[in-house]
Ligand binder design. Structure first.
Ligand code: SF4
Length: 459
């Protein structure tokens, strides 16, 4: 694997240049100031838009050390030492853009929790594992996981535009930055080419959009030329954390890849800024569909209202909410995990309270390589040979008939005795059970009243 330590080091590094020295004044109404709520309080407040919107400037000015970080958020000496202990093990990197979304005065800010190291990363639990999904066990070629019958995961680099503290592949950070060499990529692609069953290739990371443009183009072109590969999915946080990197050159590469889909990764509604949404729109305009992954995290988005707002902001930006992942049992990220019950509570709140397109599938990625298991609230109340009793999000229960079986129905009718409740729905004597005081019925009554014709008295 090629070392690309220059992208970011594990420790040390330069102080960010003082932007005030080198930049032109920026108007108070500058687009960047309105999009990044904390920029005006930051050391970057006077950086002109043309620099702010340049991903190379963003990368040059990224925060990679605790000494740089404490220029932006208050840290006590104890916190500073704890963070230095953490970053000796797990590095970090924050673009100025991302940092400008963080409220520096709130230690529990959801943007901060995902990205700024925490002393909790070194707390050991009984269940945290380096590779809880056993990805290496299902790897026929280094860097490639073949678990499901017709899809594979290609690991192309461990470089990201930000190092998410909850990352499932945190284990990979310890080796320093690398991207797969051309021969390593060839070995993976050759395996895909000789395995006819593979129709879907997921390029993940690290972040494949952090590959050099030449290498990304090479991978996409080779995969495009394999007839049985029907789709290539790129899992990325670049549109979220470094949207300036969605350049015309990158868009061109994605478009020429032909089979490309992009899987974005937004976790909180505040991440869906106008800049991020615009980056996503550029990808969509290239004919590349966008689906989103969200990781359910304690203190970040473990709230039905936050999740609903996130899903609405995504769909308003034409990004389809695809999965909510239950947080994996990853060593160093255990403190983000919620109960599965919390995930179910959120799904109960989403379903029916918004359009189906805004409701992702909640999945638990099974430890030990069992794959993604969808989990949802139970909508099946009961079942007999003739009927299913289902409930909707309002708690209304309805009997749904199976295709008729005449003889059995006649026999049942002779034997029928009075029953109540759900059993009555199963008996076929009642079609539904409706809770009192449903908003939907109140609305209906109001509509009915409003629709009454006005009576004009005869003269
Ligand atoms: S961008 Fe993805 S791979 Fe990279 S650190 Fe975040 S979650 Fe992990």
């Amino acid at each position: 694997m090629e070392s690309i330590q220059s992208a970011h080091g594990k420790s040390g590094g330069e102080e960010p240049p003082d932007p005030v020295e080198s930049s032109k004044p920026q108007s108070a109404t500058s687009p960047a100031a309105s999009i990044c709520p904390w920029k005006s309080k930051s050391r970057w407040k006077d950086v002109p838009d043309h620099e702010w919107n340049d991903f190379k400037w963003q990368m040059r000015n990224s925060i990679k050390t605790v000494d740089q970080l404490k220029l932006h958020i208050p840290l006590t000496p104890t916190e500073e030492q704890r963070l230095k202990n953490v970053t000796d093990v797990y590095h970090f990197m924050l673009s100025p853009y991302w940092m400008s979304l963080v409220n520096p005065d709130d230690p529990n800010d959801p943007i901060r929790l995902q990205s700024i190291p925490s002393g909790k990363e070194l707390e050991v639990t009984s269940y945290g594992e380096a590779d809880s999904l056993d990805e290496k066990e299902d790897s026929p070629v280094p860097g490639l996981t073949h678990r499901y019958p017709n899809r594979v995961l290609m690991y192309t680099t461990n470089v990201c535009s930000m190092y998410c503290r909850f990352c499932t592949r945190k284990r990979e950070w310890i080796d320093g930055d690398f991207q797969m060499t051309r021969p390593q990529l060839d070995a993976m692609i050759d395996y895909i080419a000789r395995t006819d069953a593979v129709r879907d290739v997921i390029c993940s990371g690290g972040d494949p959009l952090m590959l050099s443009p030449v290498k990304l183009d090479y991978v996409l072109q080779r995969l495009k030329d394999i007839p049985h590969v029907q789709m290539v999915r790129l899992g990325t946080r670049v549109p979220t954390t470094l949207p300036q990197k969605i350049t015309p050159e990158l868009i061109d590469i994605l478009e020429r890849g032909k089979k490309v889909w992009v899987q974005t990764h937004f976790n909180h509604p505040r991440e869906v800024t106008p800049t991020a949404a615009e980056a996503c729109l550029k990808i969509l305009r290239a004919g590349v569909p966008l689906n989103n992954h969200t990781v359910l995290m304690r203190g970040v988005n473990d709230d039905p209202f936050v999740m609903l707002e996130l899903m609405h902001k995504l769909t308003a930006s034409k990004i389809r909410p695809y999965y909510i992942f239950h947080c994996d049992q990853i060593k160093g990220a255990e403190y983000f995990r919620t109960s599965i019950a919390k995930g179910l509570e959120i799904m109960e709140y989403l379903r029916g309270h918004t359009s189906g397109l805004a409701v992702p599938t909640y999945v638990v990625d099974a430890p030990g390589g069992g794959g993604k298991i969808p989990v949802m609230p139970n909508y099946i109340v009961s079942v007999s040979e003739e009927r299913w009793v289902l409930r909707n999000y309002e708690g209304m229960m309805v009997a749904v008939e199976e295709p008729p079986k005449p003889l059995r129905r006649l026999r049942r009718r002779r034997d029928r005795r009075p029953v109540e409740g759900v059993a009555r729905l199963l008996s076929g004597d009642q079609p539904s059970l409706i809770p009192e005081h449903l908003l939907r019925y109140t609305r209906r009554a109001q509509h009915a009243d409003a629709a009454q014709p006005t009576l004009v008295p005869h003269a």
